[in-house]
Design a binder for this molecule. Sequence first.
Ligand SMILES: CCC/C=C/C=C/C(=O)SCCNC(=O)CCNC(=O)[C@H](O)C(C)(C)COP(=O)(O)OP(=O)(O)OC[C@H]1O[C@@H](n2cnc3c(N)ncnc32)[C@H](O)[C@@H]1OP(=O)(O)O
Length: 289
Amino acid sequence: MARSGCGQGHVLFRRPPSPYTALAVSHPAESVTHVELHRPEKRNAMNRAFWSEMVDCFNEIAADPDCRVVLVSGAGKIFTAGIDLMDMAGDVLQPEGDDMARRSWNMKKIITKYQETFSVIEKCPKPVVVAIHGACVDLITACDIRLCTQDAWFQVKEVDIGLAADVGTLQRLPKVIGSRSLVNELALTARKMFADEAKSSGLVSRVFADKEAMMAGALQMAGEIAGRSPVAVQGTKINLIYSRDHSVAEGLDYMANWNMSMLQTEDVMKSAQASMEKKSPKTIAFSKL
Ligand SMILES: CCC/C=C/C=C/C(=O)SCCNC(=O)CCNC(=O)[C@H](O)C(C)(C)COP(=O)(O)OP(=O)(O)OC[C@H]1O[C@@H](n2cnc3c(N)ncnc32)[C@H](O)[C@@H]1OP(=O)(O)O
């Protein structure tokens, strides 16, 4: 049976057992998929299985019409301790090849594969809410909404292990946090940033007293998103990410192309009618997407 990480008292919408070893996937509420990093005894260190399972998992979620929003969290004491340093020695640091060119070629393939593990989160059209209680930063910058506990800390740890972060933090964090100076400081010193600073800098949008309160808040937020038109919600995520990486003019053009078809959805009429009748959009039965 799929394990539920959202605590007891929530309805578990049953699905087939999870095929993953580093992740626990469950369905704590209608249209909500919960992906839990699940190696608590190793502080959810990202081992070889994790790097490939995340890609399979998020590709499956992207294609699943029963999922409208994703919740990501970590089991146990902290969200994640980052890359599994035991696996790293064998997998990442020793690419095969007869000479430097061939080893470099293979190294690039490995790095690109690892990058995809977090890029799939961003490419997934369903919004991803991440609930963090202590973490390395890489994964969370690819998520759409970041929540944390009061005792959470955040660290761009890579310089401490002798490398420049290469799975998205240096590319995404400057787009999340307004202050370039703060990004540079965090990435160059690996200092821990705690919850209050994470909130004031814009890395997280809400801070909760403890993990239980955070998971309840995250699930409620996921429910708010899942209750709205999937055409509107997924179009919003896709266009926000497109606009982040393009000029305003390019973003507007992309938006016009998007909505010239998507505005013709029945969801607009249904939602407008509910709004006129002062009903919540959550009362509307939207078709699957
Ligand atoms: C091409 C890909 C490039 C990707 C780059 C990614 C880079 C990074 O992720 S950089 C960050 C690397 N991570 C670290 O340096 C963190 C190392 N861990 C710690 O500092 C502490 O474990 C931590 C503060 C997270 C938690 O401390 P705590 O006291 O709560 O737990 P521990 O007793 O230290 O650990 C419990 C068991 O977990 C194992 N473990 C923890 N972290 C890792 C890890 N990163 N990799 C592998 N294993 C880890 C630790 O060995 C303990 O196991 P055991 O001894 O068997 O009980």
